[in-house]
Design a protein around this ligand. Structure first.
Ligand SMILES: CC(C)(COP(=O)(O)OP(=O)(O)OC[C@H]1O[C@@H](n2cnc3c(N)ncnc32)[C@H](O)[C@@H]1OP(=O)(O)O)[C@@H](O)C(=O)NCCC(=O)NCCS
Length: 157
C-alpha cells in the first residue's frame, strides 16, 4: 500500500529547496541566524550531513509512494549512525504532504523503516521532535518511542 522508493535526483533537489527554506526560517524565528545569512547557513549544515547528496554513505532518503492514490505522499530520511551511536538508526526527517495526513502514511512508513533497520543489523531507532509538535509526538508515542532526554526552558519576565 505504501512503498519506500529511493529518492531521485530531481526529487532530492525539490526536497532540499523546500526543507532548507523551512529550516532557515525556523532558525530566523528562533533568533539563531539573521534573515540574510539563514539560507547559506542552512546549506552549510546540510552539506556537512549529506556531503555527497543522495550518495552519502549510511543515509537513506525515500519518496513515499501510495499505490492506492498512485502518487507520492511524502518523504522519509534516516541514517545508520553506527559510527557515533551503537546499533542505532536516526530519523532525520519524515514529512507527509498536508493533503495526505491522517491516513496512516507516516505510521506505515515507520513500520517499513523498522524492517529495513533490522535488516541492516541495527537494534534501535532514535529521533528528535520538538515538544510543541504535538501531532508528531503523538505519532511516535503510539509507535512505541519513549523519551531518552528532555531539554527544558523557562522564559524570564
Ligand atoms: C507528523 C506527521 C509526519 C504525521 O503524518 P501522518 O501521515 O498524518 O500520520 P499518521 O496518519 O500515520 O498518524 C498515525 C497516528 O499518529 C497520531 N497523529 C498523527 N498526526 C497527528 C496530529 N496532527 N494530531 C494528533 N495525533 C496525530 C494519531 O494517533 C494517528 O492515528 P489516528 O489518525 O488513527 O488518530 C505529519 O503531520 C507531518 O508531515 N507533519 C509535518 C512534518 C513534521 O512535523 N514531521 C515530524 C518532524 S519530528
Amino acid at each position: 500500500m505504501l512503498k519506500l522508493k529511493p529518492m531521485t535526483e530531481a526529487e532530492y533537489a525539490a526536497y532540499c529547496d523546500a526543507a532548507l527554506a523551512s529550516y532557515a526560517e525556523s532558525h530566523v524565528k528562533g533568533g539563531r541566524w539573521t534573515k540574510e545569512e539563514a539560507i547559506e547557513q542552512a546549506w552549510a549544515e546540510h552539506q556537512q550531513i549529506l556531503p555527497q547528496g543522495l550518495q552519502t554513505p549510511h543515509h537513506y532518503l525515500y519518496t513515499l509512494f501510495s499505490d492506492v492514490h498512485a502518487c507520492n505522499v511524502g518523504i522519509l530520511w534516516f541514517a545508520d549512525m553506527t559510527g557515533t551511536q551503537n546499533e542505532t538508526a536516526f530519523v532525520y526527517d519524515i514529512e507527509i504532504k498536508p493533503e495526505h495526513r491522517r491516513h496512516g502514511f507516516a505510521r506505515m512508513a515507520f513500520l517499513e523503516m523498522e524492517k529495513q533497520v533490522k535488516a541492516i543489523g541495527l537494534k534501535y531507532i532514535s529521533l528528535h521532535v520538538f515538544a510543541h509538535n504535538h501531532g508528531a509526538v503523538h505519532l511516535y508515542e503510539k509507535l512505541g518511542y519513549q523519551p531518552t532526554n528532555i531539554r527544558m526552558r523557562k522564559a524570564l519576565v
